[in-house]
Each structure stands twice: as structure tokens, then as C-alpha cells.
Design a protein around this ligand. Structure first.
Ligand code: FAD
Length: 480
């Protein structure tokens, strides 16, 4: 290979693009990195520096035993992540979280990229994927959730050809996810809407039965575990509704105002329209019997299975801009969720990402144009750390291949393996995701809630170390 000729072109000098470029360089490979700033800024970027953290200065939990993102960080350190190395030099006190001085962080990342002889940094926008700069090159699009509109249009054209449904999305409407075994099944019940005889109508005065009715009154219970249903009386609904109205909300950025349209309205915005709007919308009770009363519930929240094993469920229609703290209080008012374990909270924000399971090959290349790879948030990973991890992974994979080797993905029990496999898992509605333990397989043995995360972390660590030892990355004197 002629090392003087850059073969790789990376579009976007954010966390993913810089991690990818530096990983390639560590293995002796040259690349050209195009960054549109300071010529052009997205609506959220303000600094000319690379690796700009556009919102919070936190990389979230550093606790590898208690959080998926803590475990992911540990694995990234073992893989030589620049983000993790630099964060360690400019961290600020943040309890169990890893937070950084954002300016120092971005300055140091920029310095490393600029001083790396194998990286040619060009401050220019790449307007489309047929631009002459990309001809004959291996292209990595790491242009982020606020990718320039022209490049997004070009990507959409390529991946949507021959498909009736759009494959590039411009916003996230994420509903919270809970662990299935933390839902109180003495209140919630399995089953799907309609199909049974109409139950007696709702009555405020209907007493709770001494023994809840068999859940079989709701059809589909025996063969369809895809939905769990949380029924509400009027008093329970009113308490939930009032808490929703009063809950603290995350303010929208100016450029996010347009995303509130039907179909992806935050649940609290629907609640603002009137007291009954939710009961005619996402909390509509028709077609169900509340096993506690034998009558139709006043309102009903459905939980939809998030994975094939049905170990985690999302709260249907509960995309929200409430703060995480508010979500933790408000959703516990839903009958059956008082002790729910939240694997992920909800959000609604502008975010450009592809339907990864449909558009990407396992190695993150586009099915429709295999010399073009995606990295970072645009793939459907969510979060600073996850975006950096994705760029790092792609850099290592491409480096291994350039040196004639393959690099298998770490097992799904590891944070990186679980994170990247989510992009390969087809679903009716692909939504971006942070890393969390719910993306990893259950433990073989039932474990107490308190010990579960630590055991999953121990299992992941052992599997990651074994994987690393097997790969060239883990061997000393690698000639990469
Ligand atoms: C408003 C907002 C707030 C967020 N807040 C958080 C948060 O608090 N915590 C968190 O964990 N995650 C947050 N995220 C999600 C996400 O993790 C970050 O956006 C993260 O920076 C994504 O990393 P990335 O490398 O994929 O993209 P980016 O960091 O956005 O980097 C992409 C780079 O590509 C450049 N670029 C775009 N188009 C072109 C082009 N055509 N040619 C050349 N260069 C181009 C951009 O200028 C940018 O520098 C937020 C996202 C948004 C949109």
C-alpha cells in the first residue's frame, strides 16, 4: 500500500470522525478529514474546534459495574480511544460521571488531529457523495446528527432508491424503556387490542374485584407476549395527567421547533391540548378489560416488546421532553410501573440517522454504495460516548482489513458488541439507542436486581478481554 496517498476520506471532524482518523493513523494509515467549520456551522455548533460537545459537557456515568456506558468507556480505553484518553486529562468533578472542560477537550482533540502527520485536515464542506474529492476513495461519513442539508439529501437519494419508505430520518422520538421483570404483573396484563366481546363500560364506582379476572379475558394473552397493558381508573389517570402537566421539561432549541408534528408529539404536549386528548390517543382504552374491575379501563398505557426475548418493553406513545428526573416520577404513577426499572428515558430532538438494519452492511458500509461507510450518530447510535465508540470501531475494522486481516465484532455480552449489534437488528420502527444493559443478553441464571448489573458487567469484561486477546489488537508487536 502506498502510505503517502490518502486512501480514506472522512467527512466530519466530530467525535466519531476524529476517533476514526486517529485509529487509522495509529495503524499507519493515512486519511483526509474534511470538516465544514468554520466556513459553515450547523445550528448547534459554535466553535471552530473539532470534537465539539454541542450540549452537555458530560460523558455520563463512569461506573463500569453499574452502567452500560461506564462499561463501554472501559472497553474504549482498552482499545486506545482518543476521546477517553483526552477526557481523563481535562475532567471536572461530576460525582460518578465523567465530565470534561469542553474547551480543553476540543482543543486537545484538535491539536492531536492537526499534529498527526498521517491526517490531512481540510476545512471544507463536502456537499454530496459524488463530490470529486471522494472519487476512488473509501469514504467515511461521520457528519453527525446535524449533517449539512446537501449531504443529507445526497445520502437520502442513495439509500432510498427503490424503497417506498424513507430511510433517512430527521428527528428522534424516543419512548422510555423498562425491564419486563420490573413491571407489576398483578396489575399489568398481556394481550392485544380488540377481538373479545366488548367489556362493560368504564364506571367510576366499579370496585376492584377481590381476585383480578383471569388475564385471558384479554385475547392474545396466550400467544402474543408482544404487548403488556397498564390499565388506569379515572383517579389513577387524573393523577398521571396532572403530574404530566406540571413536570419539568427540557427547553427546545430554536431549530427544533418544527419537529412537533402529529405522530411524534411529546406526550406532555398532547396532554396540554386537553384532559381527554390522551385517552383518545396513545392511552385509548377501547378493546380491553381491566382485570381488576372486569370493565373497560378509563385509560390504558401499552408497553411494546423491545427485543425478541421480551425482556425489555417501551412505553408506547410516551416520547417526551420531560427531564429524566421528571420522567422517573411521572411514569411511576402509571399502574404497574411503580417499581419499574428504567433502562432508558425518553427524548425528542432533531437527529439525522439512517434505518441502519435496512441500509447498512454489518461493517457499516452502505448496501447501496459499499465504498461509503457511516460512523457516529448518523448510524443510529445515540450519545457522545457511543458516537466516539462507533468511529473508533470503524477505524479499527478498516485498519485491520487494510492490513489483510479481519476483525470480528466483540460478543454481544460486551458493551461495544451490544451497541454495534443494535444497528443490525431489524425492527418495525428502528430508533436510535444509547448503550444500556437491556441490549445485552440476560444472565443465564436469575439474579437479584441489585447484583444484576455488576454480574452483567463482569461477564462482559471477561468476554471482552478474551476477545481482545484473540485479535491482533490484543497481541503485542502487532505489525499493524
Ligand atoms: C442539539 C444536540 C444536543 C446533543 N446533546 C447531547 C448530550 O448532551 N449528550 C450526549 O451524549 N449526546 C448529545 N447529542 C447527541 C450526539 O451524541 C452528539 O451530537 C455527538 O456529537 C455526535 O457525534 P458525531 O461525531 O456523530 O457528530 P458531530 O459531533 O456532530 O460531528 C459531526 C461533524 O461533521 C461536520 N459536518 C457536517 N456536515 C458536513 C459536511 N457536509 N462536510 C464536512 N463536515 C460536515 C460538523 O460540522 C461536525 O463537526 C446531542 C445532539 C444534538 C443534535
Amino acid at each position: 500500500m502506498d502510505m503517502s496517498t490518502p486512501d480514506f476520506v472522512i467527512i466530519g471532524g466530530g467525535l466519531a470522525g476524529c476517533e476514526c482518523a486517529l485509529a487509522l493513523a495509529r495503524y499507519g494509515l493515512a486519511c483526509t478529514l474534511y470538516e465544514q467549520k468554520p466556513e459553515t456551522f450547523s445550528p448547534a455548533h459554535v466553535s471552530p474546534l473539532l470534537g465539539e460537545l454541542v450540549c452537555s459537557n458530560s460523558f455520563r456515568s463512569n461506573d463500569a459495574q453499574g452502567s452500560g456506558v461506564g462499561l463501554l468507556k472501559e472497553e474504549m480505553r482498552k482499545l486506545g480511544s482518543a476521546t477517553m484518553a483526552i477526557a481523563a486529562t481535562c475532567s471536572v468533578p461530576a460525582g460518578k460521571a465523567l465530565a470534561v472542560d469542553r474547551t480543553l477537550f476540543a482543543e486537545e482533540l484538535t491539536r492531536r488531529v492537526e499534529e498527526e502527520p498521517l491526517i490531512t485536515l481540510i476545512r471544507r464542506q463536502i456537499p454530496d457523495l459524488d463530490a470529486p474529492e471522494l472519487e476512488g476513495k473509501t469514504v467515511i461519513v461521520a457528519a453527525g446528527p446535524l449533517v449539512s442539508e446537501n449531504l443529507a439529501a445526497s445520502l437520502a437519494d442513495i439509500i432510498s432508491t427503490g424503497s417506498a419508505a424513507p430511510r433517512l430520518y430527521f428527528y428522534d422520538a424516543i419512548a422510555p424503556i423498562v425491564r419486563a421483570d420490573s413491571v407489576d404483573m398483578t396489575i399489568a396484563f398481556r394481550g392485544s387490542r380488540y377481538g373479545n366481546d366488548a367489556p362493560p363500560p368504564y364506571s367510576d364506582d366499579a370496585p376492584f374485584l377481590e381476585k383480578p379476572m383471569e388475564t385471558m379475558v384479554n385475547p392474545g394473552a396466550e400467544d402474543n407476549g408482544d404487548y403488556l397493558n397498564c390499565p388506569m381508573t379515572k383517579a389513577e389517570y387524573t393523577a398521571f395527567y396532572e403530574a404530566l402537566r406540571e413536570a419539568e421539561r427540557v427547553p427546545a432549541h430554536d431549530f427544533e421547533k418544527e419537529i412537533h408534528f402529529e405522530g411524534c408529539m411529546p406526550i406532555e404536549a398532547l396532554a396540554d391540548r386537553g384532559e381527554r386528548t390522551l385517552t383518545f390517543g396513545p392511552l385509548k382504552p377501547v378493546g380491553f378489560t381491566d382485570p381488576r374491575t372486569g370493565r373497560r379501563p378509563y385509560a390504558l398505557l401499552q408497553l411494546r416488546a423491545e427485543n425478541a426475548e421480551r425482556t425489555s418493553f417501551n412505553l408506547v406513545g410516551c416520547q417526551t421532553k420531560m427531564t429524566y428526573g421528571a420522567q422517573d416520577k411521572v411514569f411511576r404513577l402509571v399502574p404497574g410501573l411503580a417499581n419499574a426499572e428504567f433502562l432508558r428515558f425518553g427524548s425528542v430532538h432533531r437527529n439525522t440517522y439512517v434505518n441502519a438494519p435496512e441500509c447498512l452492511n454489518d461493517d457499516l458500509s452502505l448496501k447501496a454504495r459499499p465504498n461509503v461507510y457511516l460512523a457516529g450518530q448518523i448510524t443510529g447510535v445515540e450519545g457522545y460516548v457511543e458516537s466516539a465508540a462507533c468511529g473508533l470501531w470503524l477505524g479499527l475494522l478498516l485498519a485491520a482489513r487494510a492490513h489483510g486481516r479481519d476483525l470480528p465484532l466483540p460478543p454481544q455480552t460486551t458493551a461495544l458488541g451490544a451497541r454495534m449489534r443494535h444497528l443490525r437488528t431489524p425492527s418495525k420502527q428502528f430508533t436510535p439507542s444509547n448503550i444500556h444493559f437491556g441490549l445485552m443478553p440476560e444472565l443465564a441464571e436469575r439474579t437479584k436486581k441489585k447484583a444484576r448489573k455488576a454480574e452483567m458487567a463482569d461477564r462482559g469484561r471477561a468476554d471482552f478481554d478474551a476477545w481482545l486477546a484473540e485479535t491482533e489488537l490484543g497481541k503485542e508487536n502487532t505489525s499493524c
